[in-house]
Design a protein around this ligand. Structure first.
Ligand SMILES: Nc1ncnc2c1ncn2[C@@H]1O[C@H](COP(=O)(O)OP(=O)(O)O)[C@@H](O)[C@H]1O
Ligand SMILES: [Mg+2]
Length: 237
């Protein structure tokens, strides 16, 4: 359903993503890993329309996406979260979902928003101020909820599990597994922790210095010497 063909993203003299080709099938769950600064978030930005690739092609369900602005890609079915949760200030949790839904789905469906709130265990927080009254795991759940409110068929999750302590991380992982079963969508998830990614994703892609250096099962990928070197070499921000 998503097909990237030799995508390159440059910022001035810096090549953040270098010739990445990658396909993701319907209902697939794929992990995207790699050191800090490897280009993971930039690749999400290129797919969702926040940055324009310097070269390459990208299609979603056979339609070219690179010329479409962000809201159109959202309406085509590409939903995403942001690495740093960005709730809209002075709005409640429910209002945040309604605004995201109007932007990304082009309509308002309050019943669907209530269903998402309940699924993410946010119903009792629905009328709280999103920016000031949520814990980190609730903020991350809201971030996922905003993406779900756009009715995605592909969900891009940027480090939604990072920074959570073990218990919340576990319950959040369970929520993601349920989410996949319930909404039957494809998921591409950026996550650092090898054990977490191995539990969630039957397939893992590894970026290093902007290049795709491995694509396979967690067992294959995490025993690959080049991947191990990239992991132990530290980040390159
Ligand atoms: N908007 C931008 N302008 C300039 N450089 C950027 C921008 N976004 C990311 N970069 C750079 O691109 C590289 C890849 O960053 P990023 O995609 O955020 O990596 P990751 O998510 O894998 O940690 C880094 O060197 C980062 O500093
Ligand atoms: Mg990132």
């Amino acid at each position: 359903m998503l097909r990237l063909d030799a995508i390159t993203v440059q910022f001035g003299g810096l090549t953040a993503v270098k010739g990445v080709s990658l396909s993701i099938g319907a209902q697939e769950v794929v992990g995207l890993v790699g050191p800090n600064g490897a280009g993971k978030t930039t690749l999400f930005n290129a797919i969702s329309g926040l940055v324009r690739p310097t070269a390459g092609r990208a299609s979603f369900e056979e339609a070219d996406i690179l010329k479409a602005p962000m809201y159109k890609r959202a309406r085509m079915g590409i939903g995403r979260t942001f690495q740093i949760p960005q709730p809209m200030h002075e709005l409640t949790v429910r209002q945040n979902l309604l605004v995201a839904q109007r932007f990304g789905a082009g309509r308002v469906d309050e019943a669907k928003v209530d269903e998402i709130l309940s699924f993410l265990h946010l119903s009792d927080k629905a009328d709280r101020d999103a920016a000031t009254e949520l814990s980190l795991s609730e903020l991350k759940a809201l971030e996922v909820g905003k993406a779900l409110a756009t009715d995605p068929r592909l969900l891009l999750l940027d480090e939604v599990l990072a920074g959570l302590e073990t218990a919340s991380k576990r319950s959040f992982m369970k929520t993601l597994t349920e989410l996949h079963a319930r909404y039957r969508i494809s998921i591409l998830i950026i996550e650092h922790d090898i054990e977490t990614i191995s539990n969630l994703c039957p397939r893992v892609c590894v970026l290093n210095y902007g290049q795709l250096i491995a694509d396979g099962t967690p067992q294959e990928v995490f025993s690959d010497p080049e991947v191990i070197r990239s992991y132990t070499g530290g980040g390159h921000d």
